[in-house]
Design a protein around this ligand. Structure first.
Ligand code: TMP
Length: 250
């Protein structure tokens, strides 16, 4: 469900002294309750993910969640080489299936090399994109079936699913205005493609509300971050089952 940004105190959010109250934590969580949990931050290009990711890692570190951040595609030596191929505008003839499988190949290496080992020792993993991106970009926007992507995804991740995916929502016109002038191979696809990407993320959040949260990125970054914190706090309050990897270990 999209978060409500209305300020119950009716304060101005832009630096007149009321910002502090908006940034308080109504439901503070103990970082330990996030140990072994897998969080994903995702969304269309230009959604402001990098800024929010850095803040999220700082916050989780400050509350003792022992976070580790990984990015997709990439995050490992092999994955970074795959990333170069994927984003290189010179690879314009790349077939959509090849593209999907390369994203998954990078993901398989990342899961084995970094995500699973980190979860196994109780760290909190924050991933910059995951299967949700493949479903939105190569699925809804690209045209591959979600069933096919999900099936390959299960092979790549060995059934690893995030505890929570926070989708940073942005209007495609605003998003386009935020991109740097030098566009990579995926960013070059134009506004209609990115409109479908956005629709793909929103559709996933509608289908699986238990594990997704949509955050509107039109307010100022502090308020967006507050909404991300709230989403994590609310979902964490309902996590009763042990973290996936911990339960696998028995
Ligand atoms: P980034 O710019 O967030 O690092 O992501 C790289 C690009 O790759 C971005 O345009 C989104 C795209 N992408 C996909 O098309 N499918 C995927 O599965 C992933 C992880 C990213």
């Amino acid at each position: 469900m999209p978060l409500d940004f209305s300020d119950p105190a009716g304060g101005d959010t832009l630096g007149d002294g009321t910002t502090e109250s908006l940034l308080e934590h109504p439901m503070p969580i103990d970082g330990q309750s996030l140990h072994g949990r897998f969080l994903v931050l995702d969304g269309p290009d230009g959604c402001g993910k990098s800024t929010q990711l850095a803040r999220l890692a700082d916050w989780l570190g400050s509350i003792g969640a022992d976070p580790i951040t990984v990015r997709e595609p990439g995050g490992t030596a092999i994955g970074e080489r795959i990333r170069e191929v994927l984003l290189d505008p010179a690879c314009s003839e790349m077939d959509l299936r090849c593209e999907m499988l390369l994203y998954m190949a990078s993901r398989a290496q990342l899961c084995r090399e970094r995500i699973r080992p980190a979860l196994a020792v109780g760290r909190t993993v924050i991933a910059d994109r995951f299967v949700s991106s493949t479903l939105a970009y190569q699925g809804t926007a690209g045209g591959l079936s979600p069933e096919a992507i999900a099936a390959v995804g299960r092979v790549a991740t060995e059934d690893l699913e995030p505890d929570l995916t926070v989708v940073l929502d942005v209007d495609e016109t605003v998003a386009a205005s935020r991109l740097s002038p030098v566009l990579d191979r995926i960013e070059q696809r134009g506004i209609e493609f990115h409109r479908r990407v956005r629709a793909g993320f929103l559709e996933q959040a509608r289908r699986w509300p238990d594990r997704h949260e949509v955050v509107d990125t039109s307010p100022p970054p502090e308020i967006v971050f507050r909404a991300i914190e709230s989403a994590i706090e609310r979902h964490a309050a309902h996590w009763t089952a042990p973290a996936t990897i911990a339960s696998e270990r028995g």
